[in-house]
Write a protein that binds this ligand. Structure first.
Ligand code: IPE
Ligand code: IPE
Ligand code: MG
Length: 256
């Protein structure tokens, strides 16, 4: 039996929506910042800066809808290939976002967590993330999860290594290795798998994102660029999701 967050009011956001058809966990690939800026004749970093408003609106709307977890692809393990000036600017924005949003997250009872090798990020970004994780540790509402210096293959490799170490130490038998044990060793341990993956800016690929966890996610590609993403676009994606028939390999159409 699914328990809907009592503070949420999904029908005030999407009239008539069945609360049981709201995704529990939404994963987002926030793409298109660079194109958004370049279309306007500005440097790419201008697009990243303008993406912050879309993040805020998405977090706020997910809270009202009763979404339990929102995972945002913020910096991939491959994004280090970009010019140093862009990487530095992204790191600076990450620190600014964390510092600016901390009080609001606490007010909204949102718990921040991070996945990926975020501890390896340079300061002040690394420190700022750690501070908000700590400051929101007591929050019992939705989870906002930032994928930072994240790559799914790296995450799976680390999980496999940790399981192999437990086996070598005699703590587990190879036959103990299960779907659940692997999930529990991923950075997302404890979160339900995403029900819905939204990617903005039209690209139809996963870009090394949550490869294990997205096994049965519904995919939604929005053509808008990330800085243009807003409450209306999010509601469109959720309405589309709510209309789908998720079968998980079976034949039934039962809401999760
Ligand atoms: C997504 O926007 C943000 C990050 C990857 C950090 P992009 O910077 O990839 O924008 P496009 O895809 O080049 O337009
Ligand atoms: C994925 O977007 C990473 C993030 C949104 C942080 P990219 O723009 O890096 O992905 P590709 O290069 O188009 O696959
Ligand atoms: Mg991109």
């Amino acid at each position: 039996m699914r328990i809907i967050n009592p503070d949420a009011d999904p029908q005030s956001v999407i009239p008539g929506i069945d609360p049981l058809r709201i995704p529990r966990h939404i994963a987002v690939i926030m793409d298109g910042n660079g194109r958004w800026a370049q279309e306007r004749g500005f440097p790419r970093i201008f697009g990243h800066r303008n993406g912050a408003a879309a993040v805020r609106e998405t977090v706020e709307t997910c809270g009202k809808l009763g979404v339990e977890a929102l995972t945002l692809y913020s910096f991939s393990s491959e994004n280090w290939k970009r010019p140093k000036a862009e990487v530095d600017a992204l790191m600076e924005l990450c620190a600014i976002y964390c510092d600016n949003e901390r009080d609001e997250l606490i007010r909204e009872n949102i718990r921040l967590r991070a996945i990926g090798r975020w501890q390896d990020l340079p300061d002040p970004a690394g420190e700022a993330i750690a501070r908000v994780i700590e400051a929101t540790n007591h929050c019992t509402g939705p989870t906002l999860c930032l994928a930072l210096n994240y790559g799914a293959r790296d995450e799976i490799t680390r999980a496999v290594r940790s399981i192999a170490q437990s086996a070598k130490a005699g703590e587990i038998e190879p036959s103990d290795i299960s779907d659940e044990l692997i999930s529990a060793n991923l950075d997302t341990a404890g979160l339900p798998d995403p029900d819905l993956l939204i990617r903005t800016a039209g690209e139809k690929r996963l870009s090394n994102y949550l490869l294990w966890q997205l096994s049965y996610a519904e995919l939604y590609i929005a053509d808008v660029l990330w800085p243009e993403f807003n409450k209306e676009e999010l509601c469109k994606a959720i309405q589309d999701y709510a209309s789908r028939n998720r079968r998980f390999g079976g034949l039934n159409n039962s809401p999760s």
